[in-house]
Write a protein that binds this ligand. Structure first.
Ligand code: SF4
Ligand code: SF4
Length: 346
């Protein structure tokens, strides 16, 4: 419906296939782009006589990227396609100015002839939803991403960094795995939710606006769209998206569970302002599940975590609620705890 693959892939082109490989978790957890989607897109690239570069850089990648490849099914896909996945951690980077700092993008992504972006439909405890634009943040190698959280702890400011990175690596094509998405406290610890859709667009924002509608978000509440408006890539007062294929109404996820933080944000301002100290949500490690791997402690951009008797403890005076510890935890041991009042009101 958007034209043949040859529109996007010319013979000999080096095409970066960029899945969401957020955590070292198996596909059934719906945290990562399903390997069957990656394999299908890879086969199309090969059919067009393109050359595949397959890679992503999750927060904890520097430590053991092969574990991520194996758990998420990427190793098996690579074998099927007869290629080797790439590690952005081993590449050089180029710096670009962003509001409030710089973003360092892997030259592997910058030098590709084309990019096919394969995001996953999921909620996000910081930016409310993750999608095609946010997925390109993974072209910033490893722990450097966490550092940007420390420069911009507020979601709206952080989204400006994400958007600054996206502008340097705008994909030629975006194919979202929305067959089984994630609701609740995504992008790593939510619950799988069947949607049954594959969303395809040349425009990452157009695609994300449709994913947002499926999940029940108004784009005006999403930090990524606010950053896009500020950068002149999106306008509030027009809906520039033409939809083809099955009617969107068939895919709207009724009673979709939003991240807890979204529920609290929707409370009236006078409640939020007057009861600020009593309404909170914060991460906490579950000692029953934690294996003391230390990955979260190493990933925390503000050093708010320390390992005490084999359980990470968090200093809430320092924590900026970035969600990095949750994203890297391979055991789903980081839980979002709400105060009693927050639970009553949400
Ligand atoms: S404790 Fe977790 S949520 Fe808090 S700043 Fe560290 S990584 Fe971010
Ligand atoms: S909470 Fe998760 S990432 Fe942190 S030490 Fe425990 S198992 Fe590892």
């Amino acid at each position: 419906m958007i034209g043949s693959p040859e529109r996007f892939i010319k013979p000999g082109d080096r095409i970066l296939i960029k899945p969401n490989m957020l955590s070292a978790k198996e596909p059934e957890h719906a945290v990562t782009t399903h390997p069957e989607i990656i394999a299908a897109v890879g086969e199309i690239v090969l059919d067009c006589r393109g050359r595949i570069i397959l890679g992503d850089s999750p927060g904890g990648a520097a430590k053991n990227i092969k574990n991520y490849w194996n758990k998420t099914g990427i190793s098996a896909v690579a074998k099927r396609l007869n290629i080797e996945p790439v590690s952005f951690e081993k590449s050089s980077v180029k710096s670009f100015k962003a509001p409030g700092g710089f973003v360092n993008i892997s030259t592997i992504a910058l030098e590709a002839d084309g990019i096919i972006n394969l995001p996953k439909l999921k909620t996000h405890i910081l930016t409310k939803m993750t999608g095609a634009v946010k997925n390109m943040f993974g072209t910033i190698p490893g722990f450097r991403k966490g550092f940007l959280h420390s420069l911009a702890p507020e979601p709206d400011d952080f989204a400006k960094f994400v958007f600054a990175a996206y502008k340097q690596v705008v994909p030629n094509l975006n194919i979202m795995d929305a067959i089984v998405g994630m609701e609740g406290n995504g992008p790593s610890s939510g619950q799988p939710r069947h949607i049954g859709a594959i969303l395809i667009s040349e425009d990452a924002l157009a695609l994300d606006s449709i994913a947002a509608r499926i999940m029940g978000f108004d784009v005006r509440e999403l930090p990524m769209f606010k950053a896009a408006v500020e950068a002149g890539y999106w306008q509030w007062d027009s809906d520039p998206v033409d939809l083809y294929g099955d009617p969107i109404e068939e895919f709207i996820a009724h009673n979709f569970l939003l991240p807890d933080v979204s529920k609290l944000e929707r409370l009236p301002d006078f409640v939020k302002n007057n009861l600020k100290r009593l309404i909170w949500i914060r991460p906490q490690a579950n000692p029953e599940v934690c294996t003391a791997c230390n990955l979260c402690v190493e990933s925390c951009p503000v050093e708010a975590m320390s390992m005490v008797r084999d359980v990470p403890l968090i200093d809430y005076n320092v924590c900026i609620k970035c969600g990095c510890c949750d994203e890297v935890c391979p055991e789903n041991a980081i839980e979002q705890k709400m105060s009693l009042l927050a639970r009553l009101l949400a």
